[in-house]
Design a protein around this ligand. Structure first.
Ligand code: NDP
Length: 448
């Protein structure tokens, strides 16, 4: 390996890149990573982490309201967006320092500039410097897809939403996926008027339809407007600086902020991959094998840039497996079955394994068990919102193929249920488990 300056050069210091760097270094490799923006990547800097803090902040709107029912007398309350925004930003700074120190303590060199592939064993930094490495790992993530319509420059993506100068009075969100519905809940709770417009009549495609069918009316009852079959056509800037959103056939919608959340595309433009024989997929993704190796033997790719499953824990697993495979003498691939996921909408929902439609589509003779309940915490609340849990069970083997839920703390509860699905447990195993009372989670073992 002495012929190269590094054993591994990683492009992109996000979740997958940092994990791969650290583990490769722990196996004795000489590692460097280049990052053109901030160490930590989308999840830490402008994704999961700051988003979850905004979700927590917005929960207080309901908690403050419910507190009175529980006997509390509260003084005048008000909300200060700038204070929250700056607090979140300072915590992101702290996390970036923590990620940087992880690289330092593992003796991983880091370059704060863009790097591209210049050959099978060469990367070129923005400064023009070329660096050789025995292996190159591409972990540059994905980037929001913005619409190609007149006035698109007035829209923001999830990249900018954390830095708004003030809380917008009226927000229009295009898309009805993860980001759209999470931010619809946040802005609605914080006091903005929110309208979600989507190109189809579906929300959260891919989640179990009984669960999404429960979410939609709850969001509407909380005051969020939905416009279906309304793709963005044009954004018009008004004389007073506000925006008018033309979407589908309906009336134009006035807005102060237009947030576009229509998916994220692998960030492969200009990376130089064609020069080493890597042909990108239809969505711009880097095709890889089970061990994350590309068509070029010395170049690997992990995380969103491969467009396998765009979730942080998956990128981390792929990065770790890559490092163990190439530098640890322990070839490992990542398993993609039973990956739990959640949407931090309000209420949140979560799922693992097959949805009912997927199970039927795969030829299973399916048995469905459900629980439709009013969470105890909501008894004193003005809200009549009900939770809904669902088990998808294979009729022939009694194996639980999927668990899907919506209700308070659903993501926290689902993680444990994911162990059961991953382990292949049966409905009889769920039934044999004693309930933990009183809790919402006990519904999981009480469905008959
Ligand atoms: P999603 O894939 O979740 O949703 C995309 C939405 O945009 C859908 O409603 C889709 O409509 C619509 N859409 C897709 N393409 C177009 C288009 N060309 N024009 C108009 N509308 C379009 O994407 P997000 O941007 O919300 O999130 C990106 C990814 O980030 C997610 O897939 C997820 O992996 C990750 N993420 C995960 C989170 C979590 O784990 N909690 C949170 C946030 C993001 P339709 O369904 O009608 O086709």
């Amino acid at each position: 390996m002495a012929d190269f300056e590094y054993d591994l050069f990683v492009i992109g210091a996000g979740s997958g890149g940092v994990r791969a760097s650290r583990i490769a270094a722990s196996h004795g490799a000489r590692v460097a990573v280049a990052e053109e923006f901030r160490i930590g990547g989308t999840c830490v800097i402008r994704g999961c982490v700051p988003k979850k803090m905004l979700v927590y902040a917005s929960h207080f709107a309901h908690e403050l309201h419910d507190a009175a029912q529980y006997g509390w007398t509260l003084g005048e309350s008000s909300f200060d967006w700038a204070k929250l925004r700056d607090f979140v930003a300072s915590d992101v700074d702290r996390l970036e320092r923590a990620y940087t120190s992880t690289l330092d303590s593992n003796k991983v060199d880091h370059f704060h500039e863009r790097a591209v592939v210049a050959g099978p064993n060469t990367v070129r930094l923005a400064s023009g410097r070329e660096i050789s490495a025995k292996y190159i790992l591409i972990a540059v993530g994905a980037w929001p897809v913005m619409p190609d319509v007149e006035g698109a420059e007035h829209c923001i993506s999830s990249n900018e939403v954390f830095h708004l100068p003030e809380l917008p009075r009226r927000v229009v969100i295009q898309g009805a996926g993860y980001i759209a519905l999470e931010f619809a809940g946040i802005f609605n709770a914080l006091g903005s008027q929110v309208t979600v417009v989507n190109r189809s009549d579906k929300i959260l495609r891919g989640y179990d339809e009984d669960i999404t069918a429960r979410l939609l009316p709850i969001m509407q009852a909380r005051g969020i407007e939905f416009g279906f079959n309304r793709p963005l056509k044009r954004i018009e800037k008004q004389a007073d600086g506000s925006l008018l959103v033309h979407a589908g056939e309906g009336e134009p919608i006035p807005a102060d902020v237009v947030l576009v959340a229509t998916g994220r595309r692998p960030k492969t433009d200009g990376l130089g991959l064609e020069s080493v024989g890597i042909t990108l997929g239809a969505n711009g993704e880097i095709p890889v094998d089970d061990f994350s190796k590309t068509a070029c033997d010395s170049i690997y790719a992990v995380g969103d840039v491969t467009d396998r499953v765009q979730l942080t824990p998956v990128a981390i697993r792929e990065g770790h497996a890559f490092a163990d495979t190439v530098f640890g003498g322990n070839p490992r691939s990542t398993a993609y079955d039973a990956i739990p996921s959640a949407v931090f909408s309000q209420p949140p929902l979560a799922g693992v394994g097959l949805t009912e439609a997927q199970a039927r589509g795969a030829g299973h003779e399916v048995k469905i068990f459900t629980s439709d309940f009013r969470p105890m915490k909501n008894m004193f609340s003005a809200t009549m919102e009900r939770g809904f849990y669902k088990l998808v069970v294979d009729g022939a083997t009694n194996r639980v193929l999927g668990v899907h839920m919506i209700g308070p703390d659903a993501p926290e509860i689902l993680q444990s249920a994911a162990i059961a699905v991953k382990a292949g447990l049966t409905k009889a195993d769920f039934d044999a488990t004693v309930a933990l009372h009183p809790s919402m989670a006990e519904e999981l073992v009480l469905m008959r």
